[in-house]
Design a protein around this ligand. Structure first.
Ligand code: SF4
Ligand code: SF4
Length: 459
């Protein structure tokens, strides 16, 4: 499961160089840096869980500092320190974040599985959280996520192997807010998203359900979609009750050992656990969904988000979901924007510090970033092999902006002929402005958010 959120780039910090990049058919660059693959959690959905035996690696600051300088010099606007568990290396990443900001990288992000919040009964808890807030803010981080898997604390804690963290998070949030830091809850969508109260998720092979391609029963898409509407409502209500102001959803990153079904699907369409350089994938049922299930799941999220946009800052752009639900559900495919992985977005692995197009195309080692010239990459975006929201969502959001420069007539035609897409994308852009790009260092503005309170739409 992905453990990091990718906010849209904040409108406040959009600058002339971004416009120049967009006019050249490029979008502001980002690099996801896997600083370490060490972890102290036991998540079933992830190959890096504690107890999984492989040789663990951590990058070194003396290696990474010049790489980050090269990123800044070559147009990278955003970097994320991910893991494993990044806060196991807090001092290192804090020092590197300071270097990155000093070099001109505008968005520096990290997050945690929440282990830090386990011992909330200890008398020094508040002081430790305050110190963490000061460290993150003082280093220039402007996005900070805390993973949350379920609307029920016990399911989340059992999956993570981190008892007590949810109460600790609830205690920590007011301390963060008082310091001017607004962490995001980061959901990796899974079958326990809605907790105990949501209708039970199906397991592939369960004869009572049929999303599994092996089942002979017809798939009840409406029932599955309804169960996930309930799940997302419960999850958003839960994070709000804990005190979060901001929330992100990571789309399912199930590893599949065979390509998905469908005549239109290329032979190499499956992301396999074997191929991924970023071991945040799994074939576990917890996050494994069929294509039909994904269509229903994305449609449910598309429907539920407007019910909460007036109260929470939600990263997830609905135009990206619209594209996904049409792709998996067989709707109109026009205007879909392929992923910018390997063109504007990159992944650095902890084992060697090498660059890859993303965490999943592990066969395409691009070497060190300092030897890379992203401006010279002429490959056209083509990849749709997974739904990694860190790369998927900004690719979709910036697509029409690039088209405005390079293919204005084609964009105008699409906006005229696809009213649902037009409304959805324009509202996403307005909402991103109202949310200040979901920046963790800007307090939410309830009055601006309230303008986005919407009745439930139909898909
Ligand atoms: S999902 Fe994150 S917290 Fe869980 S085992 Fe993987 S790296 Fe660790
Ligand atoms: S869609 Fe993007 S993140 Fe997924 S495999 Fe392709 S390049 Fe990588």
């Amino acid at each position: 499961m992905t453990t990091h959120a990718a906010p849209p780039f904040s409108s406040r910090r959009f600058c002339l160089s971004d416009l120049r990049r967009l006019a050249r058919g490029r979008i502001p660059g980002q690099v996801v840096i896997q600083y370490t693959d060490r972890c102290n959690a036991s998540c079933v959905q992830c190959g890096m869980r504690t107890g999984n035996r492989f040789t663990r690696s951590t990058l070194r600051p003396e290696f990474l500092a010049p790489q980050i300088e090269a990123m800044a010099a070559r147009g990278v606007a955003a970097i994320s320190f991910t893991g494993g568990e990044p806060l196991l290396c807090l001092d290192d990443i804090a020092a590197l974040a300071r270097r990155a900001r000093a070099a001109g990288i505008r968005y520096v992000r990290t997050g945690t599985n929440g282990f830090f919040f386990r011992d909330h009964e200890r008398p020094d808890f508040a002081a430790r959280v305050a110190h963490l807030a000061d460290t993150l803010l003082g280093s220039g981080f402007n996005a900070f996520w805390i993973s949350l898997d379920s609307a029920d604390a016990d399911l989340h804690e059992a999956n993570r192997g981190l008892p007590g963290v949810v109460r600790g998070i609830a205690k920590a949030l007011p301390i963060f807010h008082a310091h001017g830091l607004f962490p995001a809850a980061n959901l990796g969508i899974n079958r326990h998203t809605g907790g105990h109260g949501a209708p039970p998720p199906h397991a592939p092979g369960d004869p009572g359900q049929s999303g599994d391609p092996g089942s002979s029963l017809p798939f009840d898409a409406a029932a599955f979609q309804a169960s996930f509407r309930t799940a997302f409502r419960r999850f958003y209500t839960f994070v709000e009750s804990l005190g979060f102001t901001t929330v992100n959803a990571c789309y399912p990153m199930s590893a599949e050992e065979t390509p998905p079904d469908g005549d239109d699907v290329p032979e190499d369409a499956a992301i396999t656990a074997h191929e991924a350089v970023y071991a945040a994938t799994s074939a576990d049922d917890f996050i494994r969904f069929s294509r039909q299930e994904k269509a229903a799941l994305f449609a449910a999220l598309f429907e539920v988000i407007p019910e909460f946009r007036g109260r929470l800052r939600i990263f997830t752009p609905r135009s990206s979901l619209l594209s996904l639900l049409r792709r998996y559900g067989g709707g109109p495919q026009n205007g879909h924007y392929p992923c910018r992985g390997g063109i504007d977005f990159f992944f650095m692995d902890a084992a060697r510090g090498h660059i890859f197009p993303c965490g999943y195309r592990g066969g395409e080692d691009m070497g060190h970033f300092s030897d890379l010239n992203p401006s010279a990459i002429t490959t056209k975006p083509f990849c749709d092999r997974c739904d990694w929201e860190c790369f998927r969502d900004p690719s979709e959001m910036f697509g029409p902006v690039m088209d405005a420069f390079s293919r204005p007539l084609s964009l105008a035609k699409r906006l005229c002929t696809d009213a649902m897409y037009r409304r959805t994308w324009i509202e996403d852009m307005r909402y991103a402005l109202a949310c200040d790009g979901c920046s963790a260092v800007v307090a939410p503005n309830p009055a601006r958010l309230a303008r986005f309170a919407r009745p439930r739409p139909s898909v």
